[in-house]
Design a protein around this ligand. Sequence first.
Ligand code: 3PG
Length: 207
Amino acid sequence: MKIEDIVEVASVIPVLEVEDMGAAVPLATALAKGGLHVIEMTLRTSAAIDALVAMKRAAPELIIGMGTIRTSDDIARSKRAGADFLVSPGAGPRLLAALGECGLSALPGVATASEAMAAREAGFEVMKFFPAEPAGGVKYLKSLAGPLPDILFCPTGGISAERAPDYLALPNVACVGGSWIATKNMIAKGEWDMIEENARRAAAIKV
Ligand code: 3PG
């Protein structure tokens, strides 16, 4: 699936950290029931790979990316697990090349104009802007739209339900990501109804 098609069906992408495999299926079910189409698991826990496999099985209608990709090995493991796309928090030349060659769509992470230009040179037109709020947020992205009109961003990092519409109103923002829909705490406590409701609210936010 092309990254343009993935971000087309998602205004808000929940970014998920799953510590306990038992959470994978109810979490995927709650997010899908809430009406979200695209989600991002993060490769930050030992459960992440198996959780992605279980989520794909439980909710095949979901497009599931693997985030926190830092190495070629992360790419290979995530691809084997069935990730639909990959996301990295940042990217040097080696990771950009590996993401470009891996056969999956990817959102390389950038936080500055120079990094965005390097990713564009490596062939990427859509990228993650991370960490969005500390790196300058809406104001910074607005400033990039003039000189870099051919680049689209998916900002994540510090974004809340309240801030999301301001980002989505920018012409160079394709979608936003965030953990507010299903925080680590909500997942650990099994608050599936609250997560489903947050997903429903997030799905209702349109670009
Ligand atoms: C991340 O990759 O950590 C995401 O950007 C989530 O950020 P948030 O927890 O600040 O929403």
